[in-house]
Design a protein. Structure first.
Lengths: 175, 326
């Protein structure tokens, strides 16, 4: 294969495919007025992010992304959909203030992330260790990456509360 | 790019082609086996007309399926309806990448192989959901919803039992887990985990007595009611390949993979041991299907949330404590 395409080129192509998957999924997750499409778009975007982690050389984080975000969060969103209004009913029009508020919130978040990206001093990661034993992973998760670990559980909590609130609201409206 | 990277690519491509071919052949064989097992359990001969012992029956059926028209219901969501049967096949193929058939017969011996199989298994639930919902048929939708609820409930005990084994070996690499079972299989050290794994795996593959997503007596055919021709064939193929994968994972996690019992290899090659054990487990899953009646939805949920999850959690805790003090 080496005489056909270089590793570098393959990596570039893979990177842009993954970026396309992420952006395409994000667009599907936001714009269609069909909630099943939205969830599947979210799945696509999150799988794309998993691909980005893989591209950055972190196989563990990529698989965890799939397990937690696709496996747990998207499936709990599917639960919320099942508990909410019937799918065949006409979806109400998007209200302008809501869209504006959502756009504002995302703009603030985007600005914050971009700010952090420009402010922080990026250093190349040290040489990757080949030690993938469960003991090492567990130690790292509870020491160096403890904050990330805790924030992920917070995200799950928010997802569950969101599911309950969504389901509760629509039940009250329909009955 | 050196020779090593090149040979790695060739290994991957050859492995993927073999996996595809094997998946189809395996499904053909398993459908035949299922009908034979069902027949003999019900005191019938099963298929016997086409070929010796009816072995060619499923090939004839497959040809018929390929020749059939692909019907898309007019009210269905066209895009998702077409994608779903393709999507359900992806996680199944990923599984073959890391299965340890023999010491040197692994396509990629990844250091997180166990995690890989379970991370990708979520996609089959999403495919069932997409297929059932896009059919725009109430039976298909009910089947899809049941499937999601069931898979969420049974994935938790499944992962917890896998964790107990992973803790014992301190590795997520399949080859290391199998190597650790050279003298004694983990089913003898972790009988509770092994049993819970087999039960949850049966539920994860939507097999009877947990086949409520396609309960034919109440839901016509469940999530694939509206599918015809080879699209239906793909769902069918995925189910039987999934059965092979969960049995192969059970073989490598609990039944010693390529090792013979208690360190006696008897000069039989590893792959033969592996296949023997895997097909025996598949036979057990079929045996269960034709012996037990389908359980009710609430029984299914109660069994998982109120019994299997607490037991597997306790098993994991005990494993951790015992390992700490050994």
């Amino acid at each position: 294969m080496s005489f056909l395409i270089g590793t570098e080129a393959i990596a570039h192509v893979a990177f842009w495919i993954v970026v396309g998957l992420t952006f395409g999924g994000a667009v599907i997750a936001v714009f269609p007025r069909n909630i099943i499409y939205n969830v599947l778009g979210l799945v696509m975007a999150l799988s794309g992010v998993a691909g980005l982690y893989l591209y950055l050389g972190s196989f563990f984080i990529a698989l965890m992304q799939l397990l937690i975000y696709v496996g747990a969060i998207c499936i709990s969103i599917v639960f919320a959909i099942m508990l909410s209004r019937p799918l065949h009913l006409e979806v109400p029009k998007r209200s302008v203030p809501k869209v504006a508020m959502a756009a504002g919130a995302s703009a603030i978040f985007f600005a914050a992330v971009v700010g952090v990206i420009f402010k922080s001093n990026w250093v190349p990661a040290p040489e990757q260790s080949g030690d993938w034993s469960v003991v090492t992973i567990g130690h790292l998760l509870l020491t160096r990456y403890d904050l990330v670990f805790e924030v992920i559980s917070l995200v799950l909590l928010v997802a569950i509360i969101g599911a309950i609130v969504t389901a509760g609201y629509s039940r009250r409206f329909s009955s | 790019m050196g020779n090593e990277v090149g040979s790695e690519w060739i290994r991957l491509i050859v492995g993927a082609v073999i996996a595809l071919a094997f998946a189809s052949l395996n499904a053909l064989f398993l459908v035949w086996l299922e009908r034979k097992v069902a027949g003999h359990i019900q005191l019938r001969p099963g298929p016997k007309e086409v070929g010796p012992f009816g072995l060619l029956q499923t090939i004839a059926d497959a040809l018929k399926l390929v020749g059939k028209e692909l019907i898309t219901p007019s009210a269905a969501d066209k895009k998702l309806f077409v994608i779903a049967p393709v999507l359900i096949f992806m996680p199944v193929l990923v599984g073959f990448l890391v299965l340890p058939f023999a010491p040197e017969l692994i396509i990629r011996d990844m250091n997180l192989g166990v995690l890989l199989i379970f991370a990708f298994s979520t996609f089959s639930v999403l495919a069932i959901l997409a297929g059932g919902w896009s059919s725009n048929n109430k039976y298909a939708l009910l089947g899809a919803i049941r499937s999601v609820a069931q898979n969420v409930a049974y994935e938790i005990p499944l992962l917890l039992t896998v964790m107990s084994v992973v803790l014992m070996v301190n590795s997520l690499r399949f080859s290391e887990i199998v190597q650790a079972q050279g003298h004694i299989w983990f089913i003898f050290l972790q009988p509770v985990a092994g049993l819970i794994y087999l039960i949850s795996a049966t539920a994860e593959t939507n097999r009877a007595p947990f086949d409520i997503p396609e309960a034919e007596s109440e839901l016509v055919a469940g999530f694939h009611t509206e599918y015809s021709g080879m699209r239906f064939g793909l769902f069918f193929l995925a189910e039987y390949t999934n059965m092979f994968i969960v049995s192969a994972v059970a073989t490598s996690l609990f039944f010693g993979g390529w090792h013979g019992p208690f360190g006696f290899d008897m000069k039989i090659p590893g792959i033969v041991w592996f296949m023997l054990k895997t097909y025996f487990l598949i036979f057990v899953i079929m045996w269960v299907r034709w012996t037990f009646p389908r359980i009710r939805f609430d029984q299914l949920m109660n069994f998982s949330w109120k019994f299997m999850i607490p037991v597997s959690l306790a098993n994991l805790l005990v494993t951790a404590v015992v390992l700490k003090f050994i």
